[in-house]
Write a protein that binds this ligand. Structure first.
Ligand code: ADP
Ligand code: MG
Length: 686
């Protein structure tokens, strides 16, 4: 078979299974081959129960002699089985996977890899927890000692068995896998050949071979992406005619002097780096990373003034209408005496107003345009765009940056501002083609937010405290987790909490409610009322996560805080502590003791977004971490940004070396055109 042939050509794949496979993104033979195992069971280390001791990582095989299911607090289901292998007993527990009950029946055998510990309250009985992989064997399944078994992420329509057999077939029928890494790089970095790597990653003859195969494929993935990003950057620098901004003139100096504060050292350093970029001929591609409240807006303002002073227009792109309006108000205030004309391109304009605004932009009667992502869409014509700033805009990926090149003669400078605390190594995969400035530190005089983790039982007391703060003139947020329609849970929705609070303890105090299902108009109105102090308490889902600035809001209560990631809680917490008053963040943690609230305690201990992000990443893994965040590169199939830091650094180095070798560079360019056209194709051809 050929790599691009459909999987329908493999035996055992009818229409139904082909459909199930395609739901996993598997259409061609190549898709199948790059559906890498989620885990492995190393059968060479299958241990007898009698040789196990607490703390060990092991693979075990036993027959179920007892199985039970019970419901615990909050609808949690707990499945427990007891296994026997002729030498002793071992128990295993699964939380919240009630569908496993059908499979975990007495008499069936279980093969699993995981960590051995003393069973909870089991008086010295051993249990396996944190199973890295497990499998309930079918009747006739043989376990071959010495083999390493792949475990695939299976779905209801596709059994583990079937996937394993299919993969075996695919490996037999596939052609020799073409190489995609230049020979020189392969030998310098001692990489396994690609064909071998594909065979071994699915059916490793040993754990050592597996690790080499996986390393090779992870290296390949990261290396090619890094090459793509570096090529992109090189191309931007070489080919594109950027805007050469001149030295700081009097206007920038005047605006800087008129700011109601002095730039912090962190802001000044970032600003200096931006100035240096803007004064170069090559287009600026810079990311400014600064914790919430570090003052990114002021830096963006100065950059925009600089472009205006040079006779160009600037655009500031915000992720939401609310933020766009907020920025436009801030800018109008700070630039009042400068003659700089600010325009807001809002979704709230009537079609006629919208047309008029577009016309004034095209006629260069507006100097700084503020709006949402619509700002770089085709309909908006600028007279001469010198700088685009995007605020908290994760979706401003490679494709959007490329989009900018199409407008006008010159490629505008780009400044990306984010509070997302991406750990250092990860910025390479996420923003590999950007230069990075960091704003370290916060403006002086901020009172750190005091954070408390509390259990459900304290709700009454907590809301009494909130009421006192409101009576003292402050405002408060209550944040509720987003609840999906399909979720069977007893968690109250934002609406329910709003009803409860506004009709109960906060009776007589104006309250507002915002959540994602409201119409944009309603959402706007609720935000405006809170912004202007008409409402005192705002019940909200995470729609308030980014950028909203209400200095008078000093309290935030997060309901069911255990449902949030630490990084997200940190973003939320950044909404308070913005004014002169002491602020308080109270995390209500589900009411259960233990691990969850332990995690939340990290919020009490640290105020640094970076520390929290690393902690979050460690605890929840990159999937969850990136869950809400698009990084414009698509998903990584095999590399793991957390575990594979070493590989990432080597791949980055190799990619930089490749850029210096004309022959290798041509080779990789061709590989990217053939294999990564969805990611880089359009850009590399352009
Ligand atoms: P973020 O980086 O989260 O976007 P903002 O730019 O919204 O932060 O700034 C947060 C607050 O800090 C704003 O009210 C702003 O006026 C204020 N601020 C910014 N820079 C300084 C500074 N150097 N000194 C004092 N206050 C500042
Ligand atoms: Mg901001």
């Amino acid at each position: 078979m050929e790599l691009l042939d459909g999987v329908g050509g493999l035996s055992g794949v009818g229409a139904k299974r082909a459909a199930a496979l395609s739901r996993l993104g598997i259409v061609t033979l190549f898709d199948l081959l790059s559906y890498y195992p989620r885990a492995y069971i190393d059968q060479s280390t299958v241990r007898q129960f009698s040789t196990l001791s607490a703390g060990m990582e092991a693979t075990v095989l036993g027959t179920i002699v007892h199985a039970s299911e019970r419901k615990a607090a909050r609808g949690m289901s707990v499945l427990t089985v007891r296994l026997n292998d002729g030498t002793g007993f071992l128990s295993m527990t699964w939380f919240n996977q009630p569908y496993l009950a059908k499979k975990l029946v007495v008499g069936r055998r279980v093969l699993a890899t995981g960590k051995v510990e003393y069973a909870y309250g089991g008086r010295g009985v051993l249990a396996m927890t944190q199973m890295a992989a497990f499998e309930v064997l079918e009747e006739g399944d043989a376990v071959t000692r010495g083999k390493v078994l792949p475990v695939y992420a299976a779905t209801s329509g596709l059994k583990q068995h079937f996937l394993r057999d299919l993969m075996r077939q695919a490996i037999q029928k596939k052609p020799e896998m073409p190489e995609v890494i230049p020979e020189s790089v392969r030998s310098r970095y001692a990489l396994m050949g690609r064909d071998e790597a594909f065979r071994f990653v699915h059916f490793p003859p040993s754990m050592k071979a597996l690790s080499e195969a996986r390393n090779r494929l992870a290296f390949e993935e990261l290396y090619l992406i890094q090459c793509g990003l570096l090529l992109l950057k090189k191309k931007t620098q070489e080919k594109e005619q950027g805007v050469r901004h001149l030295m700081n003139g009097s206007l920038v100096k005047k605006v800087e002097a008129a700011l109601p504060f002095r730039l912090t050292d962190g802001q000044a350093k970032a600003w200096k780096e931006i100035v240096a970029d803007m004064e170069k001929q090559t287009p600026m591609r810079r990311l400014v990373q600064g914790d919430v409240g570090s003052g990114k807006t002021a830096v963006a303002l100065l950059a925009l003034v600089k472009t205006v002073e040079n006779g160009y227009q600037g655009a500031l792109m915000a992720p939401t209408e609310i933020l766009a309006r907020q920025h436009s108000e801030t800018f109008s205030r700070l630039l009042a005496d400068t003659g700089i004309r600010i325009g807001l391109l809002s979704g709230k304009l009537t079609p006629k107003q919208h047309e008029e605004t577009l016309a004034t932009i095209a006629a260069h009667e507006i100097d700084i345009v503020i709006g949402t992502h619509a700002l770089i869409q085709d309909k908006v014509r600028y007279d001469e765009l010198g700088l685009v700033v995007t605020d908290e805009q994760h979706r401003f990926g490679i494709a959007q940056r490329a989009e900018l090149k199409k407008r006008g003669e010159k490629t505008p400078d780009v400044l990306v501002m984010t509070a997302t605390p991406i750990p250092r190594t990860m910025t390479l995969t996420v923003y590999g083609d950007l230069d990075v400035s960091r704003i370290e530190g916060l403006p002086p005089g901020r009172k750190p937010v005091r954070t408390f983790v509390r259990t459900e039982e304290r709700r009454g007391l907590i809301y009494n405290f909130v009421k006192k703060e409101i009576e003292a003139g402050r405002q408060a947020y209550v944040v509720c987790p987003l609840i999906e329609e399909s979720e069977e849970s007893d968690l109250p929705s934002a609406e329910a909490i709003y009803e409860e609070l506004s009709g109960g303890i906060f009776w007589g105090i104006p309250c507002g409610l915002v959540h994602g299902k409201l119409k944009p108009k309603e959402k706007e109105e609720a935000m405006r009322a809170f912004y202007e102090g008409e409402t005192k308490l705002l019940v909200a889902t995470t729609v308030i996560e980014v950028g909203v600035d209400v200095p008078n809001a000093t309290v935030m209560v997060v309901e069911h805080a255990e449902r949030f990631g630490l990084a997200q809680l940190h973003q939320l917490r950044g909404r308070i502590g913005r004014g002169q008053f002491q602020s308080y963040c109270i995390l209500i943690g589900g009411g259960r003791e233990g691990a969850e609230n332990e995690r939340l305690r990290a919020m009490e201990r640290t105020a640094s977004g970076f520390d929290l992000a690393e902690e979050d990443l460690r605890l929840r893994g990159p999937g969850q971490f990136f869950g809400s965040m698009q990084h414009g590169l698509g998903d990584l199939k095999i590399a793991n940004v957390l575990r594979d830091t070493d590989i990432l650094i080597r791949a980055r180095r190799a990619a930089m070396e490749t850029m210096e070798e004309a022959q290798d560079m041509r080779y990789v360019l061709e590989v990217l055109r053939l294999n990564y056209s969805d990611r880089f194709g359009k850009i590399l051809d352009a």
